[in-house]
Write a protein that binds this ligand. Sequence first.
Ligand code: M6R
Length: 605
Amino acid sequence: MCGIIGIVSNKSVTSNIIQSLKKLEYRGYDSAGIATIVNGDIDEKKCTGRVDNLEKILFKSPSNGPLGIGHVRWATHGVPSQVNAHPHSSEEVSVVHNGIIENSNELKKDLENKGYKFKSQTDTEVITFTLTDLLRKYDLIDAINKTLKKLNGSFALGIIFKKYNNVIVGARRGSPLAVGYGHEENYLGSDSYALKSMTNKITYLDDGDICILSNSKIEFYNSKNKKINKEILTLSDDKHNAEKGDYKDFMSKEINEQDMTAKTCINEYVDHLRQDINLYNFSIKPEEIEKIFLIGCGTAYHSCVIAKYWLEELTSISIEVDIASEFRYRKLKFNKKSLYIFVSQSGETADTFAALDLCKKNNAKTCSIVNMVESSIARASDFVLPIHAGPEIGVASTKAFIGQMLVLYILAIKISEVRKEISKSDYSKKITELKKLPDLISRTLKCQDKIQIIAKDFLESKGAMFLGRGLSFPIALEGALKLKELSYLHAEGYPAGEMKHGPLALIEEGLPVVILAPKDRYFEKTISNMQEVIARGGKVLLISNETNNVISENVRFTLEIPKTEDCLTPFLMTIPLQLLAYHVASLKNYDIDKPRNLAKSVTVE
Ligand code: M6R
């Protein structure tokens, strides 16, 4: 997704803009650009591909101004190309934009009638020319306000001006934007992570806010054009640094860190002395909840599906799970006795945020489970449960999934205990088992070598299938998603019991089928489904914690994971599937951390 940087200083800002753009690379992008003010004029440089390419251009043709804006673009309107890359500049202004301007065609016609010549296919260029036009008649603040009023849709903007050449203007509606305070310089960024190497003093713009940054001060205005003060937050230091260390890529680091992810998360929530779970100031009364909605996208949605099984098992609360992009358009009846839980690694996913916003507008109780505690979703919800996973850089979500599942599981057992739906001894036993999880994860991670061999089987196949029942069904969905996004193979995750209702037709000689069959109440049934797959030529990889008594004739590979209580098995089942996707993609030489077409933080609808 697109990313914005702005720096205003009293020395050249180019090199810091480039370094900050590199921090935004994790979001996924297809082109990059920068604009500074050099000798009183706007100097714009852009390119397709990586920020490295932009750096090379700047090396040949430097652009050293004391203020500037930079951008990484993820195409929405118009193909990835140099001309469509941001910034979009006129003689007077230069604009970088995240989001989508929904009425751009209409505005474009009006501007063309006035004689403005558009170079790009983007929706952003209408902002450049609308502002240029209004600056002819109005001063800075009025021109900005009038421009923003004309725009429908969502945006975070960074703007520099030929005439007002000592300020950067930022504006937010729908897309996140942070402001950073430095020493004789100030910053704008689409997230605080990009600014962290320069400052830990941050303010977030709220919807409708405008900010004007010079190197000595920052002014804020709200949507009513009233000057406002904003709280300055001091960001905490990351316990986990966001460097690759000895690993080849972030994904392998993040997979292999998962025992530590689990340990940190458990330590944050489990009171070892009292053998209890501490949700700190959890302001929601579990006794009063009649229904819980769990909402997320992609991997976060899969953790919601698993939580449904846990909550149904442990409580009498009725549970609904929804994909955020569907939830936000449902005609829902909001109820004071319902709790709406939003799960998101980044805390910036546009659909999840919109779903949360809908709940807030209907005065519903909201709770978010996020990795990024300074994110928009965290800040907007009534209550936040962080997953404490540390920065996740690989686009494919791995350790955040483990963290999301953990917090959801911890929440489920705590709710059950408060509602007296679990006995004291079972509650205590669950905590004891939970504390063993980091060690079990570390033992499961030892299957790497075997997975590397198994991965070769997937290289020539057209696709793959992942089957499971009960708690293993959402893990099958997650396994398929990981394989799709990293290795570009078609993969289906299915409840094993649904096979006969259609998908069985897909099974043909040699198709890899991953069967998730822990020794739980579905075990025998799943094994029968596996036999049906084998009978039709499917090449089976069986993952189980009970492989001794399975007739493994015709099972191509068997992988044994450690035994634990049923509720915790999904954590262990996940690991071989992450490794499988990783090694298939690795054998294909694909970009592991930045799969094609994908972005880490999906900040547009
Ligand atoms: O930041 P979020 O957790 O809200 O992101 C949701 C999805 O975009 C994300 O989980 C996506 O599906 C991952 N790339 C999957 O690995």
